[in-house]
Design a protein around this ligand. Sequence first.
Ligand code: SF4
Length: 466
Amino acid sequence: MGSSKQTQNTSHVDAETIGNAIGRFRARTDNVSMMSYCVGSKTATIEHALELVADALTQKQKAELYFHIPVCEKKCGFCHYNSEPQGRHAEETSAEYAQLLMGESETFAQRVPQIKEIPLNALYFGGGTPNLMPIPTMEELFDHIRARFTVTEETEVTMEGRPETWTKEKINAARKMGVNRASMGIQSLDEDILKAIRRHHTGAEAREAVKRLVGEFPNINTDLMYGLPGTTTQTRQTIDKFVGEVEELIGMGVPSITLYRLRIDPRQTEGSPLASVRRLFENSPELYPDIGETYEMNMNARAFLLSRGFVESPIGLFAKKGSRPKFYWGRWVEGFPLIGFGLGAYSYTEKVFMKNLGEHHDEIEQYMEAIRRGTIPFGTMKESTDEEFAARQLVLGLKGALEFDVSQMDLDRRDFFGTRVGIAVKKLIDEGFLAFDGKAITFTSMGLLFSEEILGEIWKSAQNAR
Ligand code: SF4
């Protein structure tokens, strides 16, 4: 499947071309990333969804598990993730959530026994802040998982954390339990920017945490954001500051780095704890870099990382050889079923998407009740139409591998370009965002800058086709 030829696509795009493309997509910082790529349009029952999961497990012979701990100590100003700030009760609350995760995964393992027969490609603890869990809780959860699922030497085991929570003790405990990939949100190393986005660590603490992690796990990822405000117009993020931080992190030995663009999420509504970055954007847009400069940050950091031997895959994640994460590649490119546990967690196979109850406050009690009763807590089950299935393969293949071989679609090339999805792709090729060499569809340099808008447009064309 995906070769790495696309990753050598380093050429720069001029500012005018970026400006035109921004107009084309009407891209602003308030675009919300769409994890709706997988949501089909046919509603399924829980029974049918579980049958489709069992079929997919039998067919794919590998699976991935995600465990969600929706707890943080404090809420960051930009965060739209499903996580509640719990202050000094955060550890204790995360331990309570871990009990729910054990109940839920136990029920799933009983209802879909095929999962036990299949080795896990990846196991992922996300959040929230999963390494807030007390060490005995982590141990209990790992023992529980190993007894019910097949974790092998090859399974990639990732745990997320923040600079403050990746302490020496947590690092040692996680290593002992089999975590082999640590991921840490840093977002910025700049003190003023960290203050503006209401991050609750300093740049110095982030650097110390990187030093603690490097060398302790076979793989480490750090997240950095671009398009960030400062508390004054002089201190906001610039292209040089951003690329300088990327350079500093790789200089410290970080083998994988993920770049995110700041989004002003409509869910950051007034009165919610997420409102601060949105309010700042509305009241003081001058504190933010403009959108053209924001895209240039991405382009410059990307060119820098590629020049240092990093390979991009999936989109936005740059890794040294051997550090490409299995988790994204497995579910997006290989099509391994993903089963997610926890409040609002989602699961999907190539044919069906399920979302747990609990993303919204009023569903939390229903989620807990389902766990207490030993039932599957899916709140949404959506099966894909044939057209959505094909579009999803294409969108996820592009997202994961940055290229997609059209012959994988069970359609000949002529047929593909005759479908609604194919017509949308052809338009994007004609406009210079995608390229087609007779076999594979890839992003152009400009297309990579607007990858999310492009993938959203392709997916929408499949939905319009129903
Ligand atoms: S630590 Fe992560 S999950 Fe928690 S509030 Fe901040 S960005 Fe959100």
